[in-house]
Design a protein. Structure first.
Length: 163
């Protein structure tokens, strides 16, 4: 908290017993004398999003587990066919095993993609002045008579999450 900023996620239990998840962020605002002028805080209820994310993670694990188990069975039967069948059936069994291996690789790639997507919810940091200049350009394009002044004493970076 050396910058005076904080971000915390917590749960509350309402009087009816339901649990709600709240991320809470606070940012200090300083005046021209570098004195604390006010605190800007944001809190929101993310219970539904958190629940959906947890359910999706469980569903991914179950699907991957079931898929790998079923593909292992298919691979085992294809290997068995290769050992006891005639030449033509052995070729079919090799095709089955090769397709099976590709499906296992595909399931692993899907797991890696999900892991990457889940980690991409971490905050990105941007330079505040550049961001505000882009916002200013957009506003001036929409409202040409607008008089907008941006003054930042020092280089400030902010974090945000894409949703």
């Amino acid at each position: 908290m050396s910058t005076g900023r904080y971000e915390i996620e917590y749960r509350i239990i309402r009087s009816n017993g339901t649990i709600r998840w709240i991320p809470d962020r606070e940012i200090p605002v300083f005046n021209e004398n570098a004195e604390l002028y006010r605190l800007v805080g944001i809190a929101e209820d993310i219970t539904q999003r958190k629940t959906q994310s947890q359910q999706l993670a469980v569903l991914h694990r179950i699907l991957r587990h079931n898929l790998r188990n079923d593909l292992t069975v298919v691979s085992g039967y294809a290997e068995l066919i290769e050992t006891i069948a005639g030449d033509e059936a052995k070729e079919y069994a090799k095709t089955i095993r090769a397709t099976n291996d590709r499906l296992i690789d595909l399931a692993e790639k899907q797991r890696q993609i999900v892991t990457k997507l889940e980690s991409s919810s971490r905050p990105s940091v941007v330079e505040l002045s550049a961001l505000l200049q882009r916002v200013k350009r957009t506003v001036v394009e929409t409202f040409p008579t607008a008089d907008i002044t941006i003054r930042i004493e020092s280089e400030t970076k902010i974090g945000f999450r894409l949703r």
